[in-house]
Design a protein around this ligand. Structure first.
Ligand code: KG4
Ligand code: ZN
Length: 343
């Protein structure tokens, strides 16, 4: 079964063709560069860029797959969460394609799709598992019992982890998006040079908070910049490494705490921040000490992509969960709130 997946929830326009829910036949991702100068995603610019790019991206995905629309068995599209104006572009496009061709339309929850990216490859996780979903818009802990059944058990009370990376990067003059640049800088810095705060909250809390860390780093950067010429004891790379370490420590602490509480051996990490090699290395170290199994998607499937949408859509198709053509987007769409059809 060939499924076309369409993703336009934020600033990536992506389309992919996936066969039998696992085999990635094509995956075309166009990351919008328009936002770089603004230091963050500008919603209207994002929608307009999706309008310009989506048709060519879908065309390329079909071309790379070497198939025409007639070979598709269904169309999966991100319904939410995300920027409404961006989601609307993808959903409208998918509805028209599905309507004209008489294909089933599957409305996909973006968060579930991120978790699904872990099933690409030869050693997928087994349900049940605990998931840490860390992206630019989300930081949460999820108890996944099976495909389509996920419970939120912890979330950020303020900023998402990826958002903190992006904002610190802008403060440091490294531009947007910031995750990969901060990681690169951190490689040449000392993670122990600065002791930035880790918000563990109360002993049992599975929630996150990154605004204190972000404020502490930004205040430090302001002072550091003003005395930079006379005192170069602290390098920019040290700030990046110390910030990254603080963020990674909190993510791992909460994931391990949840694992202990729920007594679930397998943990799955997903979302753009799951690309981070320090997070990967430290979590693997910790997991081996605690006999936990850890799964990460391949880096190219951590950030937003159409393949994960097609995969999640395939499972909906198998369950007969088709969306109707009057369905609307959901800018807020909690993962436990997955409904079979519109409304
Ligand atoms: O999953 P994603 O593409 O979009 C959302 O659904 O939000 O995640 C994008 C986020 C950005 O905040 C970006 O800075 C972060 O993932 N990111 C990273 C790395 N690569 C991307 N954060 C830390 N380290 C990285 N290597
Ligand atoms: Zn995402």
């Amino acid at each position: 079964m060939m499924i076309l997946g369409i993703e336009t929830s934020c600033d990536e326009t992506s389309a992919a063709v996936v066969e039998s829910g696992r085999k990635i036949v094509s995956n075309v991702i166009l990351s919008q560069m328009e936002h770089e100068t603004y230091g963050g995603v500008v919603p209207e610019i994002a929608s307009r860029a999706h309008v310009q790019n989506l048709a060519p991206v879908v065309e390329s995905a079909l071309e790379e797959a070497g198939i025409g629309i007639d070979r598709l068995h269904g169309i999966a599209v991100t319904r939410g969460p995300g920027l409404p104006g961006s989601l609307i572009v993808g959903l409208s496009f998918a509805k028209v394609m599905a309507g004209i061709k008489g294909l089933p339309l599957m409305a996909v929850n973006h968060l579930e799709a991120h978790l699904t990216a872990n099933f690409i490859g030869d050693t997928p996780p087994q349900y049940p598992f605990l998931a840490l979903l860390v992206s630019g818009g989300h930081t949460c802990l999820i108890h996944s019992r099976f495909q389509g059944d996920h419970r939120l058990i912890g979330t950020t009370l303020d900023d998402a982890a990826g958002e903190a990376f992006d904002k610190i990067s802008v403060f440091l003059g490294l531009g947007y998006p910031g995750g990969a640049v901060i990681e690169k800088q951190a490689e040449c810095g000392s993670k122990d040079k600065l002791d930035f705060p880790r918000a563990y909250l109360s002993k049992d809390s599975l929630d996150f908070s990154f605004s204190g860390l972000k404020t502490a780093v930004s205040l430090f950067v302001k002072k550091w910049q003003s005395r930079h010429d006379v005192n170069n004891e602290v390098k920019l790379a040290d700030i990046a490494a110390s910030f990254q370490e603080a963020a990674v420590d909190v993510l791992i602490h909460k994931l391990m705490l949840a694992r202990k509480k729920m007594e679930i051996p397998a943990v799955v990490v997903a979302g753009g921040v799951a690309c981070n090699n320090r997070l990967r290395a430290k979590l693997l170290e910790m997991a081996s000490a605690e006999s936990a199994q850890v799964f990460f998607p391949r880096p190219e499937y951590c950030t937003d992509n159409g393949a994960m949408i097609a995969m999640a859509g395939y499972h909906r198709l198998l369950r007969g969960e088709h969306a109707d053509l009057s369905m609307d987007v959901r800018s807020k769409y909690p993962i436990q709130d997955i409904l079979p059809t519109g409304s």
